[in-house]
Design a protein around this ligand. Structure first.
Ligand SMILES: Cc1cc2nc3c(=O)[nH]c(=O)nc-3n(C[C@H](O)[C@H](O)[C@H](O)COP(=O)(O)OP(=O)(O)OC[C@H]3O[C@@H](n4cnc5c(N)ncnc54)[C@H](O)[C@@H]3O)c2cc1C
Length: 405
């Protein structure tokens, strides 16, 4: 017999875990599916974010916060590095494995069930109109030969469905939340997103390195065509002698791949540090999508292109969107009214659509040439010392509101 849930969340990253926590808290029966064996691992992330985003989760303190750097040393193309006091931004470096496992524990305590090491390969029910097809899903709720159940709600419209797993198992649910990251199969199957064009994709490589050379209270950011054309390289010190050292570039531009650039950078700059492990991944750096909901499917986090293009940061926005999607799912589980799904779409847009667009426009300008980047750096050098004297939270200028409490 098929498993059943009110809500299936696909992906146990920051977006999916927060969606699960919020929906479970509201009393929904939530099932989270992730293809990973261990929640949070392997990490594909620099793990830098802001303490403020952990407040609504009540997770500001814990083993998952491994550093609180107060300085950012910027290395512009002209070699004249300068320091910015970032203490008022409350930057933190996470251990994402510990962070996500703690979130999963909290979700489980609230009743969320997890299915790990299974990949969602099909989407059923919602989005399927009689006589039509949506993103490879056959009309009538058939997914790759697997019949999926459906429920009639909200005036008799067939909205139910669920997902099909790679082992043939089907899970029926009223709602599916696609938090399945940049490649989002749920986005494609529902027709909400298309594969990202290369120009809207940032590609990055990162080493976890061990050495005596990192300054613990300082993150380093390097820009310039020699190091990372159209992007930047970073050093985010972690606990002890560890640091995340990475390089990210745009998906197009005729430059060497991110891993080659990173290897060169590290050989030149940190020849004595030891590489502990290597990873590579992609970040959505294009414009935001216009809608993240369709029928009984909602997208959140990287799946909905909720990352900020200017720096490729998406932990904070994935948590925000996950919270909003989870709240909507909790309400929907109670009364099956579609209005909650539509409200999710309105809410995330009101919260961050404008800022995501701004971030994309700034990114396009800033990274267009080394000259443009140097101009930006000169402006920053002049303005940065003022940040700590601002009478308001500096992140407000960048994000606008930033708490989904
Ligand atoms: C190299 C690199 C460095 C980065 N550094 C930073 C940083 O320092 N700060 C920052 O804020 N952001 C950073 N980002 C971006 C950040 O990692 C993402 O924005 C963030 O993880 C998005 O969270 P999410 O929950 O939307 O998706 P993800 O964290 O990608 O989680 C998606 C989950 O879905 C699962 N999944 C996918 N498809 C399926 C399927 N079909 N079936 C089952 N499970 C599936 C995956 O296994 C995964 O666990 C970085 C990204 C990269 C690649």
């Amino acid at each position: 017999m098929a498993r059943e849930a009110d809500v299936v969340v696909v992906g146990a990253g920051p977006a999916g875990l927060n969606a699960a926590i919020r929906a479970s808290k509201a009393g929904a029966k939530v099932l989270v599916v992730d293809r990973k064996k261990t929640i949070g691992a392997p990490v594909h992330c620099g793990e830098g974010t802001f303490a403020r985003i952990l407040k609504p989760l009540d997770m500001e303190e814990g083993r998952w916060v491994v550093n609180r750097p107060e300085n950012m040393l910027l290395h512009p193309p002209n070699g004249k590095e300068f320091n910015i006091d970032i203490s008022s931004l409350n930057v933190i470096i996470l251990d994402r494995v510990l962070f996500e496992q703690e979130m999963a524990k909290r979700a489980e305590e609230l009743g969320t069930e997890f299915i790990l090491e299974k990949t969602v390969v099909g989407l059923g029910g919602g989005g399927v109109k009689a006589g039509g097809t949506t993103g490879g899903v056959k009309a009538g709720g058939e997914v790759e030969g697997v019949k999926v159940g459906g429920v009639a709600v909200d005036g008799g419209e067939r909205m139910g469905g669920g997902v099909a797993l790679d082992d043939g198992e089907k899970i029926t649910s009223h709602l599916v939340i696609g938090c399945d990251g940049i490649e989002s199969g749920i986005g494609r199957l529902s027709g909400l997103t298309k594969p990202l064009p290369l120009e809207d994709m940032g590609s990055a490589a990162q080493y976890r390195m061990e050495g005596d050379i990192w300054i613990e209270d300082t993150v380093d950011v390097f820009v310039g065509d020699k190091i990372a054309p159209g992007g930047y390289a970073w050093v985010f010190p972690k606990r002890g002698k560890l640091a995340n050292v990475g390089a990210g570039v745009m998906g197009v531009g005729g430059h060497p791949p991110a891993l080659t650039l990173l290897r060169r950078f590290v050989e030149e700059r940190y020849p004595d540090a030891r590489i502990v492990d290597t990873m590579a991944g992609c970040v959505p750096v294009g414009p935001p999508i216009d809608t993240a909901v369709k029928d009984n499917v909602m997208l959140a986090g990287d799946a909905a292109r909720h990352a900020y293009a200017i720096a490729g940061g998406g932990i904070h926005s994935a948590l925000w969107a996950g919270a909003m999607a989870g709240d909507a799912a909790g309400l929907f589980a109670q009364d099956k009214q579609r209005v909650h799904i539509r409200e999710y779409d309105e809410n995330w847009k009101a919260f961050m659509h404008k800022n995501l667009k701004k971030s994309y426009a700034r990114k396009a300008k800033m990274y267009s040439s080394e000259k443009a980047m140097s101009r930006f750096m000169s402006g920053l050098k002049f303005a940065a010392p003022l940040i700590k004297y601002l009478p308001i939270d500096p992140l407000r200028l960048w994000w606008g509101k930033h708490d989904v409490s």
